[in-house]
Design a protein around this ligand. Structure first.
Ligand SMILES: Cc1cc2nc3c(=O)[nH]c(=O)nc-3n(C[C@H](O)[C@H](O)[C@H](O)COP(=O)(O)OP(=O)(O)OC[C@H]3O[C@@H](n4cnc5c(N)ncnc54)[C@H](O)[C@@H]3O)c2cc1C
Length: 447
């Protein structure tokens, strides 16, 4: 039966689900709050550039099978390429390569035996599939024990603090396992940026008759007699047989306030899902900042960001991965951090953050000065990184909400995997299958 379906959010989860649903013959309308599709993987383009660039640094792994499969279906495999960029770590004021066996042996933070232990434990994690056993303990406890204190404190602990701030010692080992298990050294990128992929998917949706309402944030979702009525911020209403929400768990609770009364446990699962925001400054420079490094990990020692030497966690020199000829000769550096939505980084002006972040760049290249900077852009997202806790698999809300016909699919439900475009595609496909399999009988209507 042909159904009328609304999808809230034109990020990769919503777009993928919408594409699959229209492919099987439903009428699908996407409501997107912003002016373009792509969500967190969306790009922007300076007038001097040939390619668009993501607001937040992005790459793929060779293991990202679901996304690669969709890319193949869309006929754009020739738009993907996989360079092998260099990753390094900033340790006691110096940059050390940190992405090969020889680099691990040269790293001054470990002695010979500690390097062997680092390699052996990492290899064991790459080959195990028993993540459910690992979710019973925190990464902090597990890694301290198996890697040993020195290795843990020089490498993994800073990574956990960087990513999760005050939650760093509550995250389960299964999250860390997923990062180690699914990563490759070659990193995939699209000719023209990730926007090429979002545009191809949007186009494939359009040509099948899909509709997208841009700059139409949905504010309310109500179910009556088995049908779902949505209201946008401009007061437009429309009624559908099914509706998929792909925003944050907290926003679902605001959009559909009937959920707690219908199912207390589902509502408290949504309420209890934790997440953290991201603040990223993109800097276009006249000269390269780092020699060869694409990804520079900057170890944090304290969850209190003001107590750390450097006020951001990642320095990503995109043009040490993708040639700068695509960006009019600019050298592009991302300076990013994960912080809670009430952190000052969310209220500080762009000028204040620029002053704070740029004042540290000469630590990475003594020749750096402000004249190198041609332009900067600031991007912030309050829902950017879900924070899983111990035994998280038991606390994930179902894709089917307690409201008949209303579905929910978000980054917080891709666990044990870390959020990522591959898992957005996988989740979009999963929820579209579920929606197709349900409600095959005519819903009741008012008349
Ligand atoms: C700093 C950072 C770095 C990342 N790096 C990588 C990487 O290297 N590789 C990788 O694969 N992934 C990466 N990711 C993750 C990846 O971008 C996300 O996992 C993926 O894009 C999530 O897609 P989504 O559709 O689930 O959510 P989103 O992209 O958040 O999309 C949700 C959409 O819903 C819209 N929306 C929200 N509320 C409403 C409303 N009420 N009405 C209408 N529309 C609404 C939003 O505008 C948005 O477009 C990164 C993310 C961040 C933040």
């Amino acid at each position: 039966m042909r159904r009328q379906i609304a999808v809230i959010g034109g990020g990769l989860t919503g777009l993928t689900a919408a594409y699959d649903l229209i492919c099987v013959g439903h009428d699908v309308t996407i409501y997107e709050a912003s002016s373009a599709t792509g969500g967190l993987a969306r790009g922007f383009q300076d007038e001097n550039w040939d390619w668009s660039l993501e607001h937040f640094y992005h790459h793929l792994f060779e293991s990202d099978k679901d996304l690669l499969q969709l890319v193949n279906e869309l006929g754009i495999t020739d738009q993907l390429f996989f360079p092998r960029p260099e990753s390094s770590v900033y340790y006691k004021g110096t940059i050390y390569p940190f992405d090969s066996i020889s680099a691990f042996f040269d790293f001054p933070g470990f002695n010979f035996w500690q390097t062997l232990r680092f390699g052996a434990v990492t290899a064991a994690l790459r080959y195990t599939r028993f993540w459910r056993l690992l979710e019973r303990t925190t990464a902090d406890q597990w890694m301290r024990r198996w890697y040993g204190r020195t290795v843990y404190e020089a490498t993994w602990k800073p990574l956990l603090i960087n990513k999760f701030g005050r939650y760093y010692d509550q995250v389960p080992m299964s999250w860390m396992w997923a990062r180690i298990y699914a990563r490759s050294q070659k990193l995939g990128y699209f000719k023209g940026g990730f926007q090429t992929f979002a545009d191809a998917l949007t186009h494939a949706f359009f040509v099948r008759g899909g509709k997208i309402h841009y700059q139409q944030p949905v504010e309310k979702i109500v179910e009556t007699n088995g049908r779902i009525t949505i209201t946008t911020s401009e007061g437009h209403t429309a009624t559908y047989d099914q509706c998929l929400v792909t925003s944050s768990p907290q926003s679902l609770l605001k959009l559909a306030p009937a959920i707690p009364a219908l199912h207390d446990t589902y509502a408290s699962k949504l309420e209890n899902l934790k997440s953290i925001g991201a603040v990223v400054m993109v800097v276009a420079m006249r000269w390269p900042l780092l020699k060869n490094t694409y990804w520079l990990n900057i170890p944090a020692t304290s969850p209190d960001k003001t107590a750390n030497e450097i006020p951001f966690l990642a320095l990503v020199e995109h043009t040490n991965y993708i040639k700068n000829k695509h960006y009019g000769g600019d050298h592009i550096v991302y300076l990013g951090d994960y912080v809670e939505p009430d952190h000052p980084y969310f209220s500080m002006s762009k000028e204040e953050l620029e002053e704070l972040f740029l004042s540290h760049l000469s630590k990475f290249n003594v020749n750096f000065n402000r004249d190198w900077v041609r332009k900067t852009w600031l991007f912030r997202a309050k829902y950017a990184q879900p924070v899983p806790l111990v035994r998280h698999s038991q606390n994930i809300p179902d894709l089917q909400t307690p409201i008949p016909g209303l579905y929910f699919a978000s980054m917080s439900q891709v666990y044990p995997w870390d959020r990522g475009t591959n898992f957005a595609v996988k989740l979009g496909r999963r929820v579209s299958k579920l929606m197709q399999s349900q409600r095959d009988t005519e819903p009741e209507t008012d008349d």
